[in-house]
Design a protein around this ligand. Sequence first.
Ligand SMILES: *[C@@H]1O[C@H](CO)[C@@H](O)[C@H](O)[C@H]1NC(C)=O
Ligand SMILES: *[C@@H]1O[C@H](CO)[C@@H](O)[C@H](O)[C@H]1NC(C)=O
Length: 421
Amino acid sequence: MKPGVVVVLAFLVLVLRVSLSSASDDHRQKWWKWPSSSQAGKSICSSVVLPLYGNVYPQGYYYAQINVGYPPRPYFVDPDTGSDLTWLQCDAPCVHCTQAPHPYYRPNNDLVPCKDPLCASLHSGDHRCDDPDQCDYEVEYADGGSSLGVLVNDVSLLNLTNGVQIAPRLAIGCGYDQIPGPSYQPLDGVLGLGKGKTSIVSQLHSQGLIKNIVGHCFSSRGGGFLFFGDDVYDSSRVISTPMSRDYRKHYSPGYGEVIYGGKATGLKNLLVIFDSGSSYTYLSSQAYEGLLYLVRKELSGKPIREAVDDETLPFCWKGRRPFKSIKDVRKYFKPLALSFSSGWRSKTQFEIPLEGYLLISSRGSVCLGVLNGTEVGLQNFNIIGDISMQDKMVIYDNDKQTIGWLPANCDRLPSYDTISI
Ligand SMILES: *[C@@H]1O[C@H](CO)[C@@H](O)[C@H](O)[C@H]1NC(C)=O
Ligand SMILES: *[C@@H]1O[C@H](CO)[C@@H](O)[C@H](O)[C@H]1NC(C)=O
C-alpha cells in the first residue's frame, strides 16, 4: 500500500556516525566469477530474472529476494519503480529498525565517499559534504515513511539468464533509522528500480551487464517475477508509449484520460505515474469522485448495495450472497482503461480489466481498489499501482525512453538456459 514515490530531502544534518565493522574481505571479489571483458560484451544481451512473492490482497505487497554480501545473505525487498535507492535495514548499529524477516544487514567497511556521483544524485540542490568519507542519505516516501542511513558498496549475487553468475559491486543504503509509514511492510528493505543513478537497473547498466531496462509481472494469483534487461519478452508484442519529457523524475507516460466501459469520460489531463511500490491505484480527488460517480450510476437498480460494514477498502459493495470471485460481479462493473497520447494524433490504451481495480474481500464483498490520492497527499499525481498492473509484463525501457506492457502469464518464470560456468 506504500505509494513508493520518493522525495529526497534537500538538507541533511546528521550527527550520527555509523560504526562499521572492519572485516578483512579484500579477497571477496576474486572469489566470485566476474564476467571477463569478453563475457561482459555478451552479457549485455542477457538479463536477470528474480521471482516475486506476495500479492495485492490479502498480503498487501509483493517482494523479491536479493542476496547481498560475502558470504551472501538473503533479504526480502519491496520492488519499487517509484524510488531509486536500494536499502536494507542495517545493524550499523540500528537506531530504529522495524520487524524484518531476516537478521539486519551487517555492512562491510566499503563506504561510498561523499564526492561520488551516486551520492550527489541522492541529494537535490546544494550537496554539502560534512564528512568526505561517507555518504549520508535520507529518503522519504509518499506515505510519510522514511529511511535514513549511509551508502555502502557491497556485492550482490545475481544469475544472468545466459547462465553466468555475477557478483557486481553495487551501492546500497545501510538504513539504520527507519520511520514506518501507515502502509509499512514487514520487509528487510526496498529495491529501488527508478530512473535515477542509484537505481539497481542504472548501476547494472553502467557496469555493462544489462540493457537499461527493468520490468515486472505481478500475478493475480500471487507471486510473479521481476527482470532487468530485455531478453525475457517478445518486443514485437509490446504496446508502448513514450515516457514524459516534462516530468522526468518518475516513470510517467505524461497525461492520461480515464476510459470507462470503452468510453471517454472527460476525466483527463491526469499526470500518471507507474509505481510498483504502491499496491493500489490512486486518482486525484476530482477524477476519483468522477470514477465513483460512474461506478455508482452503473450499479443503481442492480441487486448490489454498499457494504458500509466492510472496512477492507473505503468503498465495498455486497450482493444477495457473498461473492467468491470477480466472475460473480462481471455483470455489475465495466472495464477501465487509461488513454495516453503516444505521438502525433496516436493514442495508447492501458487496459484495466475488473481484476485490475476491484477485489473480493474476505467478507465476500467487492471493493474498489482505486483510492483517493488527494487524501493521502499525492496532490495531482495519479498512480498506477500493483493491482492495475497484474497479469501484464510492464516494461520500463530507459534506453528507448518508453513504458510498455503486454498481457502475460506471470505464474511462469521466463525460461532460459541454466548453463553453469
Ligand atoms: C542461481 O542459480 C543457481 C544454480 O542454478 C541457484 O542454485 C541459485 O539459487 C541461483 N541464485 C540466485 C541468486 O537466484
Ligand atoms: C478525497 O480527498 C479529499 C482531500 O482529503 C476530500 O476533500 C474528498 O472529499 C475526498 N473524496 C472522496 C470521494 O472521498
